[in-house]
Design a protein around this ligand. Structure first.
Ligand SMILES: NC(=O)c1ccc[n+]([C@@H]2O[C@H](COP(=O)([O-])OP(=O)(O)OC[C@H]3O[C@@H](n4cnc5c(N)ncnc54)[C@H](OP(=O)(O)O)[C@@H]3O)[C@@H](O)[C@H]2O)c1
Length: 292
């Protein structure tokens, strides 16, 4: 039995779809959901559900009984997730889960000086707990979801002709979230993934200058990339009434990119899905040719 946590979210639900597409019987999959109401959509496709909340250890212990492989999708509440992740790993061990697959994050700097420390802390600790747990494990080091790149570019990039992000000349190796989920499904049903740490990254990393040039070509209009200082960026977004928490996350990822944290390329994900993942350049081309 494979149990997928975060099954109502983007990553978990896509992974379940890919498991089914790969030919795994629906009765071999359990979706962890927080509420009874969420069970309906899974019942329709023959996938069982277990009710569990990362905050509730007993619910996790109960849900993880008879689970061989667990896809642990990291929690979304950054402020609460250290304890939540501890609950998941402990419950998995106590319930006798054999293999845990964890969606972690891409990085180079593992110290408190990392611009991504607010995200990093729980992931690094969780990886440590998993490695010390005695369960077989596979760690998926997810780069930035490519789906989030347009948010960094802003909705009005075609009108303003400007991309404004403090990422300097740093590159990113983002991958579509659905392709990461497809690769996660391949890990769950494949063999030989025990003890492996996979880079869920693209085969080529690109800068915001590259992205500006790509949009310029598609839109037949000059798009310029400006890398402001963090203070200028914060002031500008604050003027546009972007919540401080959101500004914090955007700034952290942009500064991380400027420091090369997201500039990791490789073929782990390509090998798992059996083709080149969609490149950031082609993604941008598709997106802006639709808008143009
Ligand atoms: N690499 C990146 O760029 C990137 C970006 C953003 C996030 N992430 C990380 O990747 C994870 C998956 O991404 P996503 O896009 O699938 O996120 P998502 O769509 O927000 O899904 C999060 C899932 O986690 C579940 N969840 C949250 N808190 C929980 C709790 N206390 N107990 C049980 N389940 C809980 C949610 O359940 P409900 O439906 O009940 O809320 C939902 O199913 C995120 O949670 C985050 O850790 C990565």
């Amino acid at each position: 039995m494979i149990l997928v946590t975060g099954a109502t979210g983007h990553f978990g639900s896509a992974t379940i779809q890919f498991l089914l597409k790969s030919g795994l019987e629906a009765n071999q999959i359990t979706a962890l959901v927080r509420h009874e109401q969420a069970a309906n959509e899974f019942e329709k496709i023959g996938v069982a559900t277990a009710i569990g909340d990362y905050d509730n250890y007993a619910s996790l212990l109960n849900a993880f009984k008879n689970v061989d492989k667990l896809l642990f999708v990291s929690a979304s509440d950054i402020g609460k997730r250290l304890l939540q992740h501890q609950n998941v790993v402990k419950a998995a061990v106590e319930a006798g889960v054999k293999h845990i697959v964890y969606t972690s994050f891409q990085r180079k700097n593992e110290t408190e000086a990392s611009p991504l420390w607010m995200v990093a802390q729980a992931h690094l600790q969780t990886e440590k707990w998993i490695k010390e747990s005695g369960m077989s494990y596979t760690i998926l080091k997810n780069n930035l979801y490519m789906d989030f790149v347009p948010a960094f570019l802003g909705e009005k990039v075609l009108e303003t002709g400007v991309i404004y992000v403090p990422a300097q000349k740093g590159s990113l190796s983002a991958v579509l979230r659905s392709e990461m989920a497809e690769a996660a499904a391949a890990v769950l049903i494949g063999k030989g993934h025990e003890g492996k740490v996979y880079d869920f990254v693209n085969t080529k990393a690109i800068t915001y200058d590259d992205i500006a040039n790509t949009i310029s070509e598609i839109a037949h209009k000059q798009i310029n990339y400006i890398s402001p200082t963090v203070a200028e960026y914060t002031d500008t977004l604050t003027k546009y009434q972007v919540p401080q928490e959101v500004i914090g996350i955007f700034t952290a990822f942009a500064v991380a990119q400027s420091q090369g944290e997201l500039d990791v390329t490789g073929s782990d994900l390509k090998n798992l899905i059996g083709r080149n993942p969609l490149s950031v350049k082609d993604f941008i081309k598709q997106l802006y040719s639709e808008k143009h």
